[in-house]
Design a protein around this ligand. Structure first.
Ligand code: SAM
Length: 676
């Protein structure tokens, strides 16, 4: 096998997509070949059977998965995602087992995979079409997978397949770097670990990086007693490396004509990460109370309930009664130069939210309710942005691109504006908070209860939450854990939570005349402020004065520090108008100066001095957690932060790096000094 020299002048966190070549194999079939490594991804004749033999059977997955307890999570890590064939084979096995083993209804499969040279979607679609033809049992999951395939950007992309209780984390970038980012928080029990490894790099002779010392150091760090590993390779360096990590290795019959392969199991008591805890959900997580039913609380409840946990969601008034209850939220990221993207919470959160909301759209369609995300795309005029057109070029077009002047004029409908520099975001859109709330609150494990919480008392075995309810008077609720998602009021509930900056923000909307409509921008625009049209949907009136079927123009938003009043102010309508007409002067004659008929909603944004949210367990506590301080970005940040928090609570691997978790800690150094 030729040894390919990898030339990658890019920094390690900038992704080079795989270059796919096609070659005829010795059975006369065309197979995909890696342009970087000049090796085949799989054998056409029996790639799927080989995957089942090497990785599934020799990690004993059929037996181990079948024997999972209710709510137990099994974690697989793969080196070299390639075409995803191993994932598909595992997924299909998991589906089969779930059909025949009723106790698996609440068990979870977490598949973590790494890939440095991800295959572009068009190539992957072509490659997987082969398997769709040869193995019709894979057709449906191939389609599901392709529709969730992320843009090729460094970092972790979490994909959910809710109906299969399957979560897939694709870490794009060098495997050694990605594995090093997986947080092993041993302070909260149980600490996460990998149950089974799929070591599927190209042959060590042509791809040494996936078999290097730093990789095995990570394998050792992330394993514990009884963790298994399997690989088709029997190379000496692989055997020795696995043994040095504490694995007992065994040579077994390889697939087909291959003489041998390796299977390995981490010996008992070798590794210090061992604890009596297994990944079975402990009784400490049967019932969790979430305080605050804004976007943070709703998403936390959603992530918990999807792990089989009963959630009581509390709010002093009603779901979305506070700052998250706007008629629409524009989901559009604050961008960063691509070299920082893998550690940029806004980008990670935006991509995850966009994917999640689109998934929830399917649920909304089934319930015949309004979509959670209307995928409109958005155009940023780059008036107040920290990225220019040069840097936008570094991004894949399906994430961010610049429209030509003609396209920008056509798409916006603007006549006089200088649109030569712009940022087009195809995955942006309008979130409908009411629609999101509907889906979340229909989850059978989430129960909403109005309660104004007055005290939280942590005991050895549980937490007691006391408060008053409009109808029932004083109430006490007992839970295994509590998550405080009460925005700026979180500090009142537990003084260990930082007393954040409070920023009032008012959003404005009105019904333009037909003549005005003709001149208004045709898609959401960002320019420091933002504007978008939207049409009233069924349910909107539950949160705001919005009439179903009516067309509105929405303008945002004011920022007033240290003001916690939520009255609607004419001068703040004017501020939002001013922002728009200053950025787009041709709107001066279109947007009325008389704003007396405008509607609005004011909410209080909560912000830390370093602008990062707070996500994690409170210092000195075992059962009290917080997720708050989303600033004005709740709909982009809350979904990924909620997944992260729940992973920390349950001892699973989070979709954010260990460094990011430290940055989000509610106990970080920056939050030790109060605001002055
Ligand atoms: N498991 C794959 C499947 O089911 O199709 C096949 C994997 S293929 C044999 C090996 C993969 O490892 C390739 O996709 C290659 O790009 C990837 N790879 C090579 N070096 C890597 C590195 N340092 N970090 C992450 N992935 C790497």
């Amino acid at each position: 096998m030729p040894t390919a020299q990898i030339k990658n002048a890019e920094p390690s966190n900038v992704i080079t997509p795989a270059k796919i070549d096609w070659q005829m194999d010795d059975t006369g079939n065309m197979v995909p070949v890696s342009g970087e490594f000049e090796d085949v991804y799989f054998s056409h004749a029996d790639g799927l059977a080989e995957s089942r033999h090497v990785f599934l059977a020799h990690n004993q997955l059929p037996e181990r998965l079948a024997n999972l307890a209710p709510k137990q999570c099994f974690t697989i890590a793969e080196l070299g995602f390639g075409t995803g064939l191993n994932l598909l084979a595992t997924w299909q096995l998991w589906r089969q087992l779930r059909e025949t083993h009723p106790q698996l209804a609440t068990a979870k499969l977490h598949f973590i995979t790494t890939e440095k040279f991800p295959i572009p979607l068009a190539d992957l679609t072509q490659i997987l079409a082969l398997w769709g033809q040869r193995a019709p049992e894979l057709t449906e999951i191939i389609e599901l997978f392709l529709s969730a395939y992320p843009p090729l950007i460094a970092g972790c992309h979490r994909l959910h397949f809710f109906n299969d209780n399957l979560t897939v984390d694709i870490w794009l970038g060098d495997a050694a770097i990605s594995l090093a980012k997986l947080a092993l928080d041993t302070s909260t029990k149980p600490a996460p670990y990998i149950d089974a490894w799929f070591l599927d790099g190209f042959a060590p002779s042509c791809n040494s990086t996936l078999w290097a010392e730093n990789i095995f150091a990570q394998i050792q760090r992330l394993s514990r007693s009884k963790t298994t590993a399997a690989t088709y390779s029997c190379a000496g360096i692989v055997k020795r490396a696995l043994q040095n990590c504490g694995f007992e290795i065994k040579k077994v019959k390889g697939f087909g004509r291959k003489r041998e392969m390796l299977t390995a199991v981490m010996a008992d008591k070798v590794y210090s990460n061992d604890s009596d805890s297994s990944s079975t959900l402990s009784s400490a997580h049967n019932h969790i109370v979430v305080i605050g039913a804004g976007v943070s609380g709703l998403l936390t409840a959603w992530s918990l309930a999807n792990r089989g946990i009963i959630v009581t969601l509390l709010d002093k008034s009603a779901p979305l009664a506070g700052a998250s209850g706007n008629p629409r939220a524009l989901l559009a990221p604050k961008m960063t130069p691509i070299h920082h993207v893998d550690e940029h919470l806004h980008t990670i959160g935006y991509l995850y939210s966009s994917r999640l909301y689109r998934k929830l759209n399917d649920k909304a369609a089934k319930q015949n309710t309004a979509p959670v995300l209307e995928l409109t795309g958005a155009l940023d005029l780059l008036i107040k942005a920290n990225i220019g057109t040069e840097q936008i070029l570094d991004y894949p077009d399906d994430m961010a691109t610049t429209l030509s002047l003609a396209q920008a004029k056509e798409t916006t409908g603007l006549k006089d504006q200088d649109l030569s520099e712009n940022l087009y975001l195809p995955q942006s859109g309008l979130v409908n908070p009411q629609a999101l709330k509907n889906i979340i609150l229909t989850h059978p494990l989430i129960h909403f209860q109005q309660l104004e919480v007055s005290s939280i008392n942590e005991m050895e075995s549980h937490v007691c939450i006391e408060g008053s309810n409009h109808e029932k008077g004083t109430m006490t609720i007992s839970a295994d854990n509590v998550v405080i998602c009460a925005a700026y009021e979180s500090h009142q509930l537990d003084k260990r939570i930082f007393d954040c900056r409070k920023i009032r923000g008012q959003l404005s909307w009105f019904i333009p005349s037909a003549a005005q409509w003709a001149k208004l921008p045709k898609l959401p625009l960002k320019y420091g402020g933002y504007c978008t049209s939207f049409s009233g949907q069924a349910g909107d009136s539950k949160l705001n004065e919005v009439v179903e079927g009516e067309q509105y123009l929405l303008l945002g938003a004011s920022f007033v520090r240290n003001d916690t009043d939520t009255d609607i102010r004419n001068e703040e309508h004017q501020i939002s108008r001013e922002k728009l007409v200053t950025a787009i002067p041709e709107m001066e004659s279109v947007i009325p100066t008389d704003t007396s008929l405008w509607q609005g909603r004011a909410g209080i944004r909560t912000q830390t001095p370093d602008y990062h949210p707070m996500v994690g367990q409170l210092v000195g506590s075992k059962r009290i957690w917080t997720m708050s301080a989303m600033g004005a970005k709740g709909y982009a940040l809350a979904p990924i932060c909620a997944e992260t928090l729940v992973d920390m609570m349950l001892g699973s691997f989070a979709p954010l790096s260990a460094a990011m978790l430290a940055r989000l800690s509610p106990n970080r150094t920056r939050l030790q000094t109060p605001l002055n």
